[in-house]
Design a protein around this ligand. Structure first.
Ligand code: PLP
Length: 354
């Protein structure tokens, strides 16, 4: 096996996707599968589509092209609001995009007309997390202009929380999005296909709310892939939290002091490290480092301790484990670690089905 390796259990991902689809579907919420954290991995995309997910959402057009080229047949939504400089490829390669800038939507309209296409847009509304979204005060003016644009279909509205500002999607914020949807539908006599209330952070709201209002859509990445909600990173009951396994190889294993000796200066990243002296310990080195993965997001599956990392090495206190050279050491990954490992060209990706 080539290491470092990320083992992707497609069966567990399919189970999570089907379970969440059923859970949210029971109150009328359809889920979009978000592939950005796995860089549009075609095996995972195919698994999501096979599990009944009808729209895949991605931040990057290159990943959407990758999935299309791999033969994934579904609708693609562009998650990151488009760059003005990329709008032509947005209409060519995606079916739907999230938007918050009129100048961009006008250019989308221009290229949709040029290519004889209708491009669907979801207008993003700011709800307090302070990443993308129109301020509610500018909404009316923008909607009035958007509905007049040829080549553009106002397919819905949406909001995104708990990504930048860490703001919780609660009943009040969801009610407010519902009421905006209703106002637009009444005023412009149209039907919004999507009222997209958020992401994996909406789980607690969904489980506790008595009324989902007009919310009929969520865009889910982390809860499908890592099996947790994202406000407190608690596992969602019944889901697999270990669909991904990072496998690394021991390249040195020796009894050494726990305290570096000599004059203490800066480490490779400009920090002055501090260590505790616990005498001699078994230290192991793993052939993976910060160029491969966000090391702080790794949790070992055996009782060992990560002491630190440099570009290409993780240093381990093996504790009671007799780690030997060539042995495989496995880790769970959090969102940041998964994102970095999937993005790194140095980490092998292996899909398995059992
Ligand atoms: C990343 C992203 C999502 C998915 O977030 P998860 O926490 O992975 O479910 C949804 N919507 C937008 C706009 C995003 O950028």
């Amino acid at each position: 096996m080539a290491t470092p390796n990320i083992k992707i259990n497609l069966k567990k991902i399919a189970y999570n996707a089907e379970t969440l689809k059923e859970l949210y579907g029971s109150k009328g919420i359809d889920i979009i599968g978000v592939t950005k954290v796995v860089c549009g991995n075609p095996d995972i995309a195919a698994t999501l589509v096979k599990s009944g997910i009808r729209i895949l959402a991605e931040s990057r057009i290159s990943n959407i092209k990758k999935m299309r080229n791999a033969g994934i047949k579904t609708q693609f939504l562009l998650l990151r609001t488009p760059f003005l400089s990329q709008v032509e490829s947005v209409v060519k390669y995606t079916d739907i995009s999230l938007n918050s800038e009129l100048s961009v939507i006008k250019r989308l309209s221009h290229f949709a007309i040029k290519h004889h296409l209708t491009h669907k847009i979801i207008l993003m509304i700011e709800s307090g997390d302070l990443r993308e979204g129109l301020m509610p005060s500018e909404l009316d003016d923008i909607v009035a202009q958007v509905v007049r644009l040829d080549g553009i279909q106002l397919a819905g509205i949406g909001t995104n929380l708990a990504c930048f500002g860490g703001i919780e999607p609660d009943d009040e914020k969801m009610r407010s999005l519902s009421s905006i949807a209703k106002d637009i539908e009444d005023k412009y006599e149209l039907q919004l296909e999507y009222v997209s209330g958020g992401n994996s952070a909406n789980y607690n709201w969904y489980m506790s709310t008595k009324n989902i209002g007009r919310i009929n859509n969520l865009r889910l990445g982390e809860s499908i892939l890592l099996g947790c909600e994202t406000l407190h990173r608690k596992p969602i009951p019944g889901l697999f939290t270990d669909a991904f396994t990072l496998q690394t190889e021991v390249i040195e294993s020796k009894i050494k002091p726990s305290l570096p000796y000599g004059n203490v200066c800066q480490d490779a990243f400009g920090n002055i490290p501090e260590f505790q002296d616990s005498g001699e310990i078994r230290r192991a080195i793993l052939g993976i480092g910060l160029q491969d993965v966000a090391v702080s997001g790794l949790t070992p599956r055996m009782d060992i301790q990560v002491l630190g990392a440099s570009s290409d090495h993780i240093i381990i206190d093996a504790k009671k484990m007799e780690l030997i050279v060539g042995q495989i050491v496995e880790f769970d990954l959090n969102y940041a670690a998964l994102l970095s490992a999937m993005t790194s060209s140095y980490v092998n990706k292996e899909s398995v089905t059992c």
